[in-house]
Design a protein around this ligand. Structure first.
Ligand code: ATP
Length: 207
């Protein structure tokens, strides 16, 4: 099974990395791909240039087997719609192979505003990573029909289901990290040291 984890990664931090590793192990994925967006469809433009966000991901993932960087959204240019990304991934996959799209609970709350969101399920299962004990807002009829609590179903079918998975959500956000750096404080222990060095060397996120 292949997993996809999209984001701005501005910068990548241990909140992303811990959950990516955790779901890779939980779902016994062959690979989880971190896919940085080029122009986010639903939020402000990233602060760091795409090449720099890519470099930080490379540094963070160095030496990690099965956790990889996929730059197709940046290579494609334009607004980064996840549905296009999943469609292009599908083109090179065996049709029966399950594809899992991982999103955070915060992102899930806005799923219905994503470009062609219904079509996401034509290409992948959607797995929402939730905080232990956290609920989610009432599911719409469409999502209720997609919902499953069976991991086996995710493994036995290529796409089409909605699943909720509890993970260790560290209370870390890229926004808070950018703020800290801008104020001259250290973001130490919130993201890999190699990424912090890169931020320092390139004077990213300073005022
Ligand atoms: P920002 O603070 O700039 O909004 P962010 O830290 O939320 O950034 P994104 O790159 O926008 O990071 O998020 C990409 C994905 O990672 C989303 O699905 C989001 O829900 C998830 N995510 C973000 N922070 C965490 C965290 N601390 N733990 C687990 N998942 C996270």
């Amino acid at each position: 099974m292949l997993g996809v984890y999209g984001g701005t990664f501005d910068p990548v931090h241990f909140g992303h990395l811990r959950t990516a590793l955790e779901v890779k192990e939980l779902f016994e994925l062959d690979e989880i791909r971190l896919i940085p967006c080029f122009i986010p469809a639903h939020r402000d433009e990233p602060s760091a240039a795409a090449v720099m966000r890519v470099k930080m991901l490379e540094l963070a993932l160095a030496g990690r087997s099965g956790m990889t960087l996929d730059t197709r959204e940046i290579d494609r240019g334009g607004p980064s719609y996840m549905v296009d990304t999943l469609a292009s991934l599908r083109e090179t996959m065996v049709a029966e192979m399950p594809l899992l799209l991982f999103i955070g609970g915060d992102a899930f709350e806005h799923l219905c505003q994503w470009h062609r969101w219904h079509a996401l399920f034509d290409y992948a299962h959607v797995v929402v990573m939730t905080r232990p004990g956290a609920g989610h807002s009432e599911l719409s009829e469409v999502l209720k029909n997609r919902y499953t609590d069976s991991v086996q179903k995710l493994k036995d079918t290529a796409c089409g289901s909605l699943f909720f998975q509890r993970v260790t959500l560290l209370d870390i956000s890229a926004t808070a990290i950018r703020q800290m750096v801008a104020e001259g404080r250290s973001p130490g222990f919130l993201l890999p040291d190699a990424v912090i060095s890169y931020i320092d060397q390139n004077q990213l996120y300073r005022r």
